[in-house]
Design a protein around this ligand. Sequence first.
Ligand SMILES: Nc1ncnc2c1ncn2[C@@H]1O[C@H](COP(=O)(O)OP(=O)(O)O)[C@@H](O)[C@H]1O
Ligand SMILES: [Mg+2]
Length: 284
Amino acid sequence: MSIELNQISFCYASHTSYGEYALREVELFIGDGEFVGIMGHTGCGKTTLAQIVAGLLPPFAGTVKIDGYDINKKGYDRKLLRKKVGFVFQYPEHQLFETTVEREVAFGLKYGGLSWNERMERVKDALECMGFAFERVRKESPMSFSGGEKRRIAIAGVLVSDPDILILDEPTAGLDAKSRSSLHKIIAKLNQRGATVLWISHDADSLCKYADRIIVLEKGKIVMDGPPREVFADQTKTEQYQIGTSQARVISEMLQKRGFKFERKPITYQELLDDLCNYFKKGG
Ligand SMILES: Nc1ncnc2c1ncn2[C@@H]1O[C@H](COP(=O)(O)OP(=O)(O)O)[C@@H](O)[C@H]1O
Ligand SMILES: [Mg+2]
């Protein structure tokens, strides 16, 4: 499902004289099924942008179209929007409130007109997708789980609606390496199944591995937009906007300084490995 932003501006506290723009005239088109990483240092407007796309904040100016429809137009079906767009907040575990895992995950299906059994089928799928054994966890309290598990439960509650667009606001912040990597794989799988993904992250390694495209924000404006290889090729800008770079790219730069010649600029470990093997095969 596509996302289109035209001239989006947003200002918190717009009624006061000190209101500053969190977004300024943002133009953006994201095609159906794209996997887009959103980067930029703290305060640049990433969360605001994501909330505007999800319809959680009304833009100050401009239009937001999801699947070609203006979501802020009078008469647009908000319930439909909630079904289409799944939003995983930065600390989704803070929003757990139900007494059992099955009720927690099923919450988003409450008004969808499904029977209890149909809902439980979906809940089972979502929990299994997040690595849980449904029968073992369904009657447990969400509060009895670890931080990483709670987050996976909360994310299952978003996936249960099978959203066409999945927006994740730094979903792996504070998770251990194992939970992080399993979450990455799940997001990639959902994208392969057709979901459009918007993933806010500071993790250049993971975005290089999974994203088709990276958008960098600075002071509420899009300042870079392109495939990871192009974005991370511009060292002056990546330093200016403080988005870091992937470890594979750092290592390939070091090797290049020592005389290795790469045909492309590797940005993932897999590419680096392939290029090194090629280099040695050719006899250096
Ligand atoms: N609820 C709010 N009230 C006032 N200002 C806010 C609020 N949320 C964010 N801001 C400001 O808007 C700007 C963009 O914030 P945000 O979208 O949260 O950035 P990011 O997610 O990139 O860190 C920042 O200057 C921030 O201080
Ligand atoms: Mg944020």
